[in-house]
Design a protein around this ligand. Structure first.
Ligand SMILES: *Cc1c(COP(=O)(O)O)cnc(C)c1O
Length: 389
């Protein structure tokens, strides 16, 4: 099946829908049995869609898990109450005291926080590496390296990593590759074709697509599912059926939305590149983005999220730019239909392996589905405020 067809057809098995077009929202904690035999059967099948108890899953969450497996070409999927819970769930499933993790220097900041706080407390050591390291990662792999955690492009600074080269080095030493594939989505980067073992998503972003639910997911090959499932069960992770429904709803238009986000963002990024205030644009489709060639090789598209670095500017100037925007709302997250703007202070604090030397401030945009000309007019006004704060 082609991707468009999967997006329309997946997660709609009649055992979930009973003939309705969409899988309904099943609100259920208790699921009852008529016979002991039925109860035993459901229990034996509880990691494979058996209906035993709401925390294990129900038809709505199973339909979403099926959809994500179909889209990413995975054997199994487990859902989490947020993207960050999916990250901690995946790492804790496979790391134990005494293990070592290699983590890209530009990971989502709370992922770094998890490793520096909880994982350190549990006796799991993390070494951060330069996201542009590629095959050179082999030199950092220790005998106790259990996980290489990649995120590509990196959050905020957008470096694209050479995942196949990293995966090859990992395989040679028996380490697992976990990837935060939130930016790529299951449509634009196929993790399992590039050597990734576990793919992690903040479905909160483009999959939900409307900024109204927190959802996390991990997809994996069969060999890793039992360990993932057992840890998630011990930790009590589960997803609400309402949020699973909203994610399935979002998936139906994921491809269409991504196309439009990508188109609008390219128009605005090109406009920004010409602005005298802008030092460079960090968008994977631009040569000025570290790892641009890798993106061209490994990804099949972009989306609405990118950053740009200003030549110079103090806090008063960036504050003047950011405050008073008409369409760009100031806020965390991205992936909804609306445009967002953020600036990041002290990026260098989170760059222990690769440093951050940009002179001017970095601004991250999420380009939504508004008309890009209205967004450009908004940014133009913002630059006027920036230039005379
Ligand atoms: C937002 C985000 C997360 C965390 O997802 P939540 O659902 O907000 O917990 C993880 N990784 C990346 C790259 C993100 O952008």
């Amino acid at each position: 099946m082609k991707e468009d067809t999967i997006l329309a057809a997946t997660g709609r098995d009649k055992k979930y829908t009973h003939g309705a077009i969409n899988t309904p929202v099943y609100h259920a904690s208790t699921l009852t049995f008529d016979t002991i035999r039925e109860m035993k059967q459901a229990n034996a099948n509880r990691n494979k869609g058996g209906l035993t108890y709401g925390r294990r899953g129900n038809p709505t969450t199973y339909a979403l898990e099926q959809a994500l497996c179909d889209l990413e070409g995975a054997d199994g999927c487990y859902l989490y109450p947020s993207g960050l819970a999916a990250i901690s769930g995946a790492i804790l499933s496979f790391a134990k005291a005494g293990d070592h993790i290699l983590m890209a220097d530009g990971v989502y900041e709370p992922t770094r926080g998890l490793s520096q706080r909880l994982l350190t407390r549990l006796g799991i050591e993390t070494t951060f590496y330069d996201p542009m390291i590629g095959a050179g990662i082999a030199d950092l792999i220790q005998d106790n390296t259990r996980i290489i955690f990649v995120e590509s492009p990196c959050s905020v600074t957008m470096e694209i990593q050479d995942i196949p080269a990293i995966a090859k080095a990992a395989r040679a030493r028996g380490a697992l590759v976990m990837m935060d594939n939130t930016w790529g989505t299951p449509l634009h980067f196929k993790p399992f074709d590039h050597g990734v073992d576990l793919s992690i998503h903040a479905a909160t972003k483009y999959m939900v697509g409307h900024s109204d639910a927190m959802v996390g997911a991990v997809t994996a090959r069969a060999a890793h599912m039992e360990q993932l499932f057992n840890m998630s069960y011990q930790m009590g992770y589960c997803l609400s059926p309402d949020d699973a429904f909203l994610t399935l709803r979002g998936l139906r238009t994921l491809k269409l939305r991504l196309k439009q986000h990508e188109k609008n963002a390219l128009i605005i990024a090109k406009w920004l590149e010409q602005r005298p205030e802008v030092d460079h644009v960090r968008h994977p489709a631009f040569e000025s983005c570290p790892g641009h060639e890798i993106w061209k090789r490994d990804f099949t598209g972009a989306n609405g999220l990118f950053s740009f670095v200003l030549k110079e500017g103090n806090e008063a100037a960036t504050t003047a730019l950011m405050e008073g925007m008409a369409h760009f709302k100031m806020g965390y997250s991205w992936g909804g239909y609306e445009s967002l703007i953020l600036t990041y202070y002290g990026i260098e604090k989170y760059r222990t392996a690769s440093g951050w030397t940009a002179k001017g401030p970095l601004i991250r945009l999420h380009i939504g589905l508004e008309d890009p000309h209205d967004l450009i007019a908004d940014l133009e006004q913002g630059f006027m405020r920036f230039n005379s704060p």
